[in-house]
Design a protein around this ligand. Structure first.
Ligand SMILES: Nc1ncnc2c1ncn2[C@@H]1O[C@H](COP(=O)(O)OP(=O)(O)OP(=O)(O)O)[C@@H](O)[C@H]1O
Ligand SMILES: [Mg+2]
Length: 223
């Protein structure tokens, strides 16, 4: 069964005088163990689709099913907290928390605290290839590539196999960007995550299992 199913999803942004029909009927199924790219020109709806899959909003028509259950029937706060891990171009770490505290934060939200959380944080930091000495540093004391690794480690601390990434390499140089993509591919292929990456970076597409183009509010399979 697909971990995430998008079924005829429509979404419009409505402001006082205007309406933007961002998604006009998108259908697709995402499996565990695969890495997907969402491509398409600026404004095509990639981030909108990711934010609906992340539970930041609900589709106005159609539905999104996580492990077979529509997000509209879930407690969205809980879904965001426990199931939909998101990483962003700008990392969005908590600046006043150490790396360890950043990584244990989502664990604590789901009731895993203290020594067990710290041990898991240590293991996750290792998994994303950061040195243990990073644990008691603040995000500002890390390079961009390292901060993105922390963001991934934090996402992995959630109890979920779904990893959504909105331009995760957008603020990184080519080399660091490649390392992040390789890490995301490994998480899919070795640990069974479903990784969905919105990107403008055409160079990473050969590493993807599937590529979808978002165009005029609809989604087309490219690969
Ligand atoms: N909060 C908002 N209010 C109104 N319109 C919005 C809002 N957010 C996005 N839009 C519009 O919805 C459409 C889709 O935007 P979206 O951010 O999903 O595109 P994108 O594919 O992620 O673009 P980019 O590659 O530049 O990140 C665009 O026309 C955008 O202007
Ligand atoms: Mg976007």
């Amino acid at each position: 069964m697909a971990i995430l199913e998008v079924k005829d999803v429509r979404f419009s942004y409505r402001t006082r005088y205007h309406q933007v029909d961002a998604l006009k009927g998108v259908t697709y199924a995402f499996d565990e163990g695969k890495v997907y790219a969402l491509v398409g020109k600026s404004g095509s709806g990639k981030s909108t689709l990711l934010s609906l899959m992340a539970g930041l909003d609900l589709p106005q028509e159609g539905e999104i099913l996580f492990e077979g259950r529509p997000t509209s029937a879930m407690n969205l706060d809980q879904y965001r907290r426990e199931k939909a891990a998101v990483i962003y171009q700008s990392f969005r770490l908590f600046p006043a928390l150490t790396v360890e505290e950043n990584v244990t934060y989502p664990m604590e939200l789901r009731g895993l605290g203290g020594k067990a959380a710290r041990e898991q944080a240590r293991a996750l930091i290792q998994k994303v290839n950061l040195p243990e000495t990073a644990l008691d540093r603040f995000p500002s004391m890390l390079s961009g590539g390292e901060q993105q690794r922390v963001a991934i480690a934090r996402a992995l601390g959630m109890d979920s196999k779904l990893l959504l990434a909105d331009e995760p390499t957008g603020n990184l140089d080519t080399e660091n960007g490649n390392h992040i993509i390789d890490l995301l591919v490994r998480l899919a292929h070795e640990d069974g995550y479903c990784v969905i990456i919105a990107t403008h970076d055409m160079d990473i597409l050969q590493k993807m299992d599937c590529v979808c183009r978002v165009q005029d509010g609809t989604l087309h399979t490219v690969k």
